[in-house]
Design a protein around this ligand. Structure first.
Ligand code: PLP
Length: 356
């Protein structure tokens, strides 16, 4: 048998989560965000499972071309637009919709001679201060784009910095957006997963859910399961060795875990080179044959160590769930001082992926 580590992708869960996004979105159309290899789940696998979405959002031209080559005719948005003008002919050819977030991009596109008009999303910075036009410049840049022969439709867009934090929320950014776009009768795209789930007023014409489609929560204090989502990825492996650890003995690099009493430990085929977070300290939750236990000591490149003391019937070959069904990825992320997004997107290419 080969190395037992596998990421199981539940395509029905992806479809279920899209259904929840659909109910929350009301009449708004859904741009399913499938960047970062479908948040680590596999771009084409995810896109096929989310075929009922109204469009897809990706980062790179390469991802968009992969979708077109597989036959997807949906609108496809490039979330950071074009990185170089030499991408414009392909963007026009493949009917992709770049986000225009800098004035010079607008100018370059407006002057370009292309085979087809390019539909664009124009991003305005309403307070995140990362990408986007200054609100005061929005109207002039939109006018410039609308008069250009190379440009088709214009959709306005902004991104929230704190839709997942109730104390901050979206109010200030919503106000800034309304002010910047006053008088422009154009469709708008505002909401990420957190805004879609918590702030119906951000609905607009296109919503952009990402993390929720994969079954994880955008909120720190809630799991996806608590929000009615189903985990799309379950990372599973098996116990490949077991041994007693006597009181006073240490396990793993640096001997950072020392047994306070006699124990039994298991070694699991999964390490940080697979994308399991090295910062997950002793006590990170894992399941063995569905029963809760914890990691011990430092995560190695290819292995980690778990406590089998509370699971006397565990043996070499026992199934270990690192996250997913029965163990929210958010809990593992919290133990490692990070978020579900990082764990899911960090799954390494060497991890075998199986669809269920
Ligand atoms: C990644 C991304 C999203 C999706 O965000 P989630 O929090 O995963 O829902 C939406 N909009 C933009 C601009 C993004 O870059």
């Amino acid at each position: 048998m080969s190395r037992p580590l596998v990421a199981r992708i539940d395509t029905a869960a992806l479809a279920h989560n899209l259904g929840l996004a659909r109910r929350l979105a009301g009449p708004a159309r859904i741009l399913a965000v499938v960047k970062a290899n479908g948040y680590g789940h596999g771009l084409l696998r995810v896109a096929r499972a989310l075929r009922a979405a109204d469009g897809f959002a990706v980062l790179t031209l390469g991802e968009a071309e992969t979708l077109r080559a597989d036959g997807f005719s949906h609108p496809i948005v490039l979330l950071e637009g074009f990185f170089h003008p030499d991408e414009l002919p392909a963007i026009a050819h493949w009917r992709l919709q770049p986000v225009i977030h800098r004035e010079d991009q607008a100018e370059i596109l407006a002057r370009a001679r292309l085979d087809h008009r390019v539909d664009v999303f124009v991003k305005v910075d309403t307070g995140m201060h990362r990408l986007g036009l200054h609100p005061k410049r929005l109207q002039e840049v939109v006018a410039r784009l609308q008069e250009a022969e190379s440009v088709g439709s214009v959709t306005l867009m902004t991104h929230f910095a704190s839709a997942d934090e109730a104390e901050v929320g979206v109010d200030e950014q919503m106000q800034a957006f309304r002010k910047a776009s006053e008088g422009l009768e154009l469709p708008a795209s505002l909401a990420n997963s957190a805004a879609l789930m918590r702030y119906p007023e951000t609905q607009g014409d296109w919503v952009r859910p990402g993390i929720m489609l994969y079954g994880a929560s955008p909120f720190a204090n809630q799991t996806g399961a608590g929000l009615g989502l189903l985990p799309a990825m379950t990372l599973e492996s098996r116990v490949i060795a077991q041994r007693p650890l006597r009181k006073g003995e240490a396990v793993g690099y640096g001997g950072s875990f020392v047994a306070a009493k006699d124990m039994r430990i298991g070694i699991v085929a999964c390490g940080y080179a697979d994308g399991y977070p090295r910062h997950a300290g002793t006590g990170t939750p894992v399941l063995v044959e569905g029963q809760h236990t914890r990691t011990l000591g430092r995560v190695s490149m290819d292995m980690l160590c778990i406590d089998l003391t509370p699971i006397p019937n565990a043996h070499v070959g026992s199934l270990v769930t690192l996250w997913g069904e029965g163990l929210p990825v958010e809990e593992v992320a919290a133990s490692a001082g990070t978020i579900a997004y990082e764990l899911l997107t960090a799954i390494a290419p060497r991890v075998r992926i199986e669809e269920t």
